[in-house]
Design a binder for this molecule. Structure first.
Ligand code: DHB
Ligand code: FE
Length: 284
């Protein structure tokens, strides 16, 4: 069994860590219990969908038993956060997005860790001395829906390395690598130095990966930067930025890409790639 401190870049490692991160993120959260009417309506709709699939697909007992075993494995492997974020979260996000203004959001995913260090408006993310990957700069401005700069807006940014692994969820990467909270200047501007991440692959050795293989799907997400952009008085935006030309942009296994979120980096004089991206926050 994997313990809390023994991460590795396997499904077991990232699944257990993602489950721990999820539990930790909920510790200080208080939530109103849903009403019995709401629980009944939502759960009944979900079960109706399952029953309908069983009828239309004429699901057999051996298939039901295989599904039961697989669900048990998902839980024991700690893979519920991965599975739900890759196959379900995009739909919840779409429901929320229909009522939102400002920069488009997309899924949070399972690899956010709160508490990354605050960094000045122009800064470089913490990285290894020999960090691989194309050096990259994301620069821009945070504004409100009336076009005014939002001074001191926070850009909480995290992303995978050049092999598609996230710090905190892969034992060979130092904690905090490629994670930071960049605080925009008085003019809302920021300039973040980092490297371009690689596409991300769902761990193939766990139950989610096995399902993807059994179904003949592919396990890839296009390369992406994760961001939560926040400022007092505004609705925080949870989003991701992608890169034009990425092989997986049109077939993201997590269905979380949007055309408004695709960067087209250019080469700078210093050899780094650079993209400009402005964020628009709506009042809370
Ligand atoms: C998953 C991983 C990600 O990096 C992401 O952005 C979304 C989902 C996942 O493994 O479920
Ligand atoms: Fe991700």
């Amino acid at each position: 069994m994997m313990t809390a401190t023994e991460h590795s870049a396997t499904a077991a490692g990232s699944g257990v860590s993602a489950t721990q991160a999820f539990r930790a993120s909920r510790q200080h959260q208080t939530e109103d219990a849903a009403s019995p009417e709401r629980v009944s309506a939502v759960v009944k709709a979900v079960l109706d969908g399952v029953h309908e699939a069983i009828r239309t697909q004429q699901v057999t007992y051996p298939e039901f038993v295989a599904a039961k075993q697989w669900l048990i494995d998902v839980g024991e492997g700690g893979e519920w956060p991965l599975l739900l974020d890759v196959f379900v979260e995009h739909e919840v996000e779409a429901v929320a997005a229909a009522r939102q203004q400002g920069t488009k959001g997309t899924i949070l995913g399972p690899y956010y860790l709160p508490g990354a260090p605050e960094l000045p408006a122009v800064s470089t993310l913490p990285m290894r001395a020999d960090e691989q990957g194309t050096p990259f700069v994301l620069a821009g401005q945070v504004r409100d829906t009336e076009g005014k700069p939002v001074p001191g807006a926070e850009l909480d940014i995290w992303h995978a390395d050049h092999e598609g692994y996230y710090s905190g969820f892969a034992g060979h990467i130092p904690d905090g690598n490629l994670r930071g909270v960049v605080v925009a200047g008085e003019d809302g501007r920021f300039e973040i130095g980092t490297i371009q991440p690689a596409p991300y692959q769902i761990p193939t050795d766990g139950p989610t990966g096995k399902l993807i293989e059994a179904a003949g799907w592919h396990p890839w997400r296009p390369a992406h930067l994760h961001l939560i952009v926040r400022a007092p008085g505004f609705r925080p935006i949870t989003t991701q930025l992608y890169f034009a030309g990425d092989e997986w942009l049109d077939s993201d296994v997590a269905e979380a890409t949007k055309p408004e979120l695709v960067l087209e980096p250019r080469s700078q004089a210093d050899g780094r790639r650079r993209s400009e991206y402005d964020f628009v926050l709506e009042p809370a």
